[in-house]
Design a protein around this ligand. Structure first.
Ligand SMILES: Nc1ncnc2c1ncn2[C@@H]1O[C@H](COP(=O)(O)OP(=O)(O)OP(=O)(O)O)[C@@H](O)[C@H]1O
Ligand SMILES: [Mg+2]
Length: 515
């Protein structure tokens, strides 16, 4: 008899339907699998055979052929096991074929018959819902993420015997239930702990308000890492749409714990500087998201930026421009969103003390140049705000008051973001944050008065800025105006925004300006 079950394969975040057809007939015992399946899928035969034996279904005297259609879509992973087992049960006449109709099956089987979680259940179900699927059976361990998809009735299964009972109609599978919302853990770190460093704190607030990229440059122990780690705390909470996107990416990467439903906190990813190109931007035969996508809607912190591999940093350029990563493979193209706020931190020179005012630096001018050249111009060009941190003043450390707490700064950031979102809702601009304003948007909402315009013009000439840098200054200036609640971008906003381009060619060397 021929039976069919519905399953799906993921390419990037896109779910493609897969039809599992099983033909079972009496004859020389065999269990074949066709349909462009890779090793893990082919091994499915062993798992399905063993799992079915656990419920007393032996395939000894049958000739079984499994076809995964469409044949031109490459199938990988172990997520088809449950669909293959279900279709086999129907083909053998153990369960009625109607019990599989219009149900999406996802899950991996173990030899003992338990059903294991698989990656990417959330995007699979979102894709299935778009195709009109209304019922699904997923592993119990994926229940929390599956429950986030409204409009699909999801049953969860822990073992093959429970699946068998459900398909026979003698038991009902437990419904997927929404996990208790993650209590927003009070951030473990607070901005009030940072002493001094007023300009770096200001920059942190500005980039949070407009979603701009940031580079900290300063001597060891000045607080660069400390400040960057406090950035997620001053960002507004994720909207529900953003949270769903972040959760889907984490699901594909296999980073969602089984009890975890919606990811509510802004991601903070701080990959080590030895990270590979693939680790940073994603890739692999079965494309997985890289750090830049895992940090989507959150913060990608590149600490010790100058130590990262050049190739890895260069690979970041395209995603930073496009807001997504596309990985091309022979069969399909995988796309992952990638719109993090990028923060880099590095020392001003190899010994770390250039320009700290103590004369400790032992680097020659040539060595300093070589050190900074590790960051390519094009990458630097993509960073909107550069800040040079001076060493922390001992007085500030011993007697200084801590700065404002995280919650106070977040209040201002949220107000500035609300103004930006409002402009987008009114249709004045297309982007919801200033960092993404198009040149046309800038003309509308960041036009300058004559004085602002001449200020910017002379800065562009003096610093030999690129057209990209010009646009970035305008975007940052718009954010500064929003933080002030000002309708128009004024010359002092332009002046502050230009001040954040310290590392541009021709600018005063940051080390010297820090002294
Ligand atoms: N501005 C500051 N206020 C309070 N404590 C500070 C400050 N700066 C540094 N510290 C203390 O010094 C420690 C090290 O700071 P941090 O790791 O942020 O320095 P860094 O600038 O990243 O240095 P490196 O260049 O070596 O990475 C912090 O954990 C904190 O205890
Ligand atoms: Mg550090």
């Amino acid at each position: 008899m021929l039976a069919t079950a519905l399953s799906a394969a993921l390419v990037g975040l896109d779910a493609h339907p897969v039809r599992v057809e099983v033909e079972a007939g009496r004859g020389v015992a065999s269990f074949e699998l066709v349909g462009l399946a890779e090793v893990a899928v082919r091994e499915s035969r062993v798992r399905v055979k063993s799992a079915l034996a656990q419920v007393g279904v032996h395939m000894g005297e049958y000739r079984i052929v499994v076809n995964l259609a469409p044949a031109d879509l490459k199938k990988s992973g172990s997520g088809f096991d449950v669909a293959i087992a279900a279709a086999t049960l129907a083909a053998l006449g153990v369960v009625p074929p109607e019990s599989l109709r219009d149900v999406l099956f996802l899950g991996e089987l173990s030899l003992t018959g338990s059903v294991h979680s698989v990656r990417g259940v959330l995007p699979q179900l979102l894709g299935a819902r778009r195709r009109g699927v209304t019922r699904a059976i997923v592993p119990q361990g994926n229940g929390a993420e599956a429950a986030l998809v409204t409009g699909v009735e999801v049953g969860t299964v822990a073992s093959i015997d429970k699946l068998l009972d459900a398909l026979r109609g003698v038991a009902v599978l437990p419904r997927a239930v929404v996990a208790a919302p993650e209590t927003d853990p009070a951030p473990a770190v607070d901005l009030s702990e940072v002493r001094g460093q007023a300009s770096a704190r200001r920059a942190l607030e500005v980039v949070a308000a407009g979603n701009h990229n940031l580079l900290f440059l300063g001597p060891p122990g000045a607080g660069k890492t400390m400040l960057a780690r406090r950035l997620p705390g001053i960002l507004p909470p994720l909207s529900s749409g953003e949270a769903l996107e972040v959760t889907a990416i984490h699901s594909v990467a296999g980073l969602l714990a089984s009890s975890r439903g919606l990811v509510r906190g802004r991601p903070f990813r701080a990959p080590h500087h030895t990270v590979s190109e693939v680790g940073l931007v994603g890739g692999g035969d079965h494309p997985r998201p890289g750090e830049v996508s895992l940090a989507h809607h959150g913060v990608l912190f590149l600490d010790e930026l100058s130590e990262f591999r050049r190739a890895a940093l260069e690979a970041l350029r395209q995603p930073l421009e496009d807001g997504s990563v596309t990985i091309s493979r022979a069969q399909a193209k995988a796309t992952f969103p990638a719109r993090p706020l990028v923060v880099g931190a590095m020392n001003p020179c190899a010994c770390g003390f250039r320009g700290d005012g103590t004369g400790r630096c032992i680097c020659s001018a040539e060595r300093v140049r070589a050190y900074r050249a590790r960051l390519s111009g094009p990458l630097l060009d993509r960073i909107d705000v550069h800040v040079v941190l001076p060493p922390v003043n001992v007085g500030a450390l011993q007697h200084g008051e801590g700065g404002e707490p995280t919650c106070a700064v977040r209040g201002r950031v949220e107000r500035a973001r609300a103004i930006q979102a409002d402009r987008a809702t009114r249709g004045e601009v297309r982007a919801s944050t200033n960092a993404l304003l198009s040149p046309g948007d800038l003309d509308r909402v960041a036009s300058l008065c004559a004085r602002g315009s001449s200020l910017l013009g002379s800065a562009v000439t003096r610093l030999a800025l690129s057209a990209r840098a010009y646009g970035k200054i305008l975007r940052v200036a718009r954010t500064l105006a929003d933080l002030e609640g000002a309708a128009a971008v004024a010359p002092h906003h332009v002046a502050e925004a230009v001040g954040y381009r310290t590392l541009d060619r021709g600018a005063t060397a940051p080390a010297e300006s820090a002294a």
